[in-house]
Ligand binder design. Structure first.
Ligand code: ADP
Length: 303
């Protein structure tokens, strides 16, 4: 029996980076799921073995803050990825003007984001495409990272679709300087952008092009010096920029606590080698000082 017959397709949930996403019922478990249909395009032989192996790895990732890849199968020339169904996402929460986010709520959302990242970084898997609409929220309030590792398997979204602007706002400076070898620091930078967005209730660094994105970063943190970031000058797209001084970070986040500002600064460190790791960030005083993170099932969510 075909694997595809296990799922009863319902409505379209949306169009994503890689293809259409459907709501469906898993007839084997009765569970509601989301099926991501990935166009395999011109690859006539279908997905290559590397992709299949990577997908198998993703199925092994199991953590309360990672969306579970329940199943994966090819069907009619498309790859179908079956995920647990999630009610909403962090972008909807941040954008909803009827929602008040207390400092404890923000702390809880950031902590769940970092916990999910920490699990994957321990297994040497990078996310590479962290943004608020990839942070899904279940009916129990748990935040789960979606699209883990997909960027690596199917190509970076913004290389496939030039009109994809959102991912750029979360891009680390080493990526904007064309780094080919990079590490878990890219996810830390993106998580910092999401932290900032929770505090400001709007995207923090909204660049309109890659060059403009660097300009936004320099305006916020000052131009990086070679003593701050010694390896910067060796990056492929590095060019000298006119000096911009750094304003105090506190002036950009007037409502944030001192602990929040301190963690934010450590996550927004230019040199990826000096940037705080996810595991270290979770140990930061911000998470143990009052107010403690809100219990996930008490977090505000869109009506
Ligand atoms: P993008 O590539 O732009 O991040 P996705 O492909 O992840 O978009 O998702 C497209 C649409 O499907 C979005 O509206 C998203 O909310 C919805 N969606 C994706 N995954 C799930 C899921 N597990 N549960 C419910 N809705 C989902």
């Amino acid at each position: 029996k075909k694997q595809a017959d296990r799922y009863l397709k319902r409505e379209v949930l949306g169009e994503g980076t890689y293809g259409v996403v459907y709501k469906a019922i898993d007839t084997k478990t009765g569970q509601t799921v989301a099926i991501k249909k990935i166009r395999l395009g011109k690859q006539k032989e279908g997905i290559n073995f590397t992709a299949l192996r990577e997908i198998k790895l993703l199925k092994e990732l199991k953590d309360p803050n990672i969306i579970e890849l329940i199943d994966a199968f090819p069907h009619k020339g498309n790859l179908h990825l079956v995920f647990e169904f999630m009610e909403t996402d962090l972008e909807a929460v941040i954008r909803d003007r009827n929602i008040f986010l207390s400092p404890a709520d923000t702390k809880s959302y950031l902590q769940m984001t970092l916990k999910g990242l920490s699990y994957c970084h321990k297994k040497w898997v990078l996310h590479r495409d962290m943004k608020p609409n990839n942070l899904l929220i279940g009916s129990d309030g748990q935040l789960k990272l979606a699209d883990f590792g997909l960027a690596r398997i199917f190509g970076s979204p913004d290389r496939r679709f030039t009109d994809q602007v959102f991912a750029r706002w979360y891009r680390a400076p080493e990526l904007l300087f064309g780094a080919k070898q990079y590490g878990s620091g890219v996810d830390v930078w993106a998580a910092a952008c999401i932290f900032a967005e929770l505090l400001l209730r709007r995207p923090f660094l909204q660049g309109s092009s890659d060059i403009d994105q660097l300009g936004k970063i320099f305006a916020a943190f000052g131009t990086p010096t070679s003593s701050q970031w010694p390896d910067m000058v060796y990056l492929p797209d590095y060019v000298e920029y006119q000096y911009v001084p750094a304003p105090p970070l506190r002036s950009l986040f007037p409502m944030a606590s001192d602990d929040a500002i301190d963690l934010l600064a450590k996550m927004f460190t230019y040199d990826p080698k000096s940037r705080i790791s996810v595991a270290q960030a979770l140990e930061h005083r911000y998470f143990s000082s009052a107010p403690l993170p809100t219990d996930p099932n008490k977090l505000p969510r869109p009506a």
